[in-house]
Design a protein around this ligand. Structure first.
Ligand code: KG4
Ligand code: ZN
Length: 367
């Protein structure tokens, strides 16, 4: 069984082909990702119009390359999947329309994939993990703890009440004059800095509900930066290191609360899984590994190439759905917002609202 997956929800134009053998072995046959970072860097963030146009320009080439690398032609695939949201609606439409066109021409089923579900299921592509597991989903637009009980079956245990963790990294980077995207820049600076120089708060510590809050931490960094300005290189490195140390503590402590919430809900997770762009952060991975060891669970983080947005995760989510007969029809529309806990296996594909929600699109779009 082979599935083509297309991803265009944010600033990566990506296409991949993933297969599963009769033996159950999953393989990534190709995984083409074109990052638009250079096009957005000057603006310090993703500009939706630039992103949509860049997706239009690149999509045919990236899909063709995904077939070439895999050594396959369109008639060799069994289904076509595309991320239908949540994300920047102009970009999502590009991938979705391309996937529908390929599905129509080849006569193969079409699958509208939730981008967050694709991040959530990546651990089953790479590690053949059994349900249920506890997932910490950390990206530019989302910070959530979820019990992943099955395909389309997610129990949200907690989430952020303000900023997403990737967003906090990006804002700190911008504030300190570091390059976009902020996460990798802050992590690099932090390696040179002293994590104990500034004692930043660990918001929500001790709360039983596994929710997150990051805006107070971000404000604390800003206030210190303003107080000690002008900033030397050492100051910037120390601010990054102290901020990142606080984020690691928050992720670990809140995820520990998530493990407790799992138990309360009668769920025994097979593993602790981290996914999303921020899962690339090494200190966060190390902190979560310590926590998993303490809880007697394996910790699964995607390989670096699958942390950020990619087509393989969309193809894999499509394949998981295809095997369960969960395919969609051509009426599936691009969805700027699409919470995971609204996705149930018994759901028939819901028609998306004809008009995207006008408010908060920027935030909703960050997946
Ligand atoms: O899932 P993702 O690729 O896409 C969207 O959110 O759309 O996540 C991107 C986010 C950005 O906020 C970026 O700064 C963050 O992931 N990120 C990191 C690291 N690499 C990417 N944050 C912390 N440390 C990193 N190494
Ligand atoms: Zn993402």
């Amino acid at each position: 069984m082979r599935v083509l997956g297309i991803e265009t929800t944010c600033d990566e134009t990506a296409a991949a082909i993933v297969s599963i053998e009769r033996s159950g072995e999953a393989k990534i046959l190709s995984n083409e990702v074109l990052s638009q970072i250079a096009a957005h860097a000057a603006f310090g963030g993703v500009v939706p119009e630039i992103a949509a146009r860049a997706h239009v320009e690149a999509i045919d080439r990236i899909v063709a390359r995904a077939f070439e690398t895999a050594g396959l032609k369109p008639s060799d695939i069994d289904a076509v999947a595309a991320a239908a949201g949540p994300g920047l609606v102009g970009g999502v439409m590009v991938g979705l329309t391309t996937a529908k066109a390929i599905a129509l021409v080849t006569g193969r089923p079409f699958i509208a994939v939730n981008h967050l579900e694709a991040h959530a299921l990546t651990a089953r592509l790479t590690d053949d993990l059994a349900f249920p597991y506890l997932l910490l989903l950390v990206s530019g637009g989302h910070t959530q703890l979820l019990a992943v009980r099955g395909v389309g079956d997610y129990l949200k245990l907690g989430g952020t009440i303000d900023d997403a963790v990737g967003e906090a990294f990006d804002k700190i980077a911008k504030m300190l004059g570091l390059a976009y995207p902020g996460g990798p820049s802050v992590e690099r600076e932090a390696e040179k800095g002293d994590p104990e120089r500034f004692d930043f708060p660990r918001p929500m510590a001790g709360r039983p509900n596994p929710d997150f809050s990051l805006s107070g931490l971000k404000t604390a960094v800003r206030l210190v930066a303003e107080r000690i300005a002008p900033l030397s290189d050492r100051d910037v490195a120390d601010l990054c290191a102290s901020f990142q140390a606080a984020v690691v503590d928050v992720m670990v402590e809140r995820t520990r609360a998530g493990l407790r919430a799992c138990r309360t809900a009668g769920i025994t997770p097979s593993a602790l899984v981290v996914a999303g762009g921020v899962a690339a952060n090494q200190p966060i991975r190390r902190g979560l590994t310590r926590l998993a060891t303490e809880a007697g669970l394996p910790m699964i983080a995607p390989p670096m190439a699958l942390c950020g947005d990619n087509g393989a995760m969309i193809a894999w989510a499509g394949l998981e759905r295809l095997r369960l007969g969960m395919v969609d029809d051509m009426s599936a529309l691009a969805r700027p917002r699409w919470p995971l806990d609204e996705l149930r296996p018994q759901d028939t594909p819901k028609p998306a609202p004809a008009m995207p929600e006008p408010a908060g699109q920027d935030l909703a779009a960050r997946t």
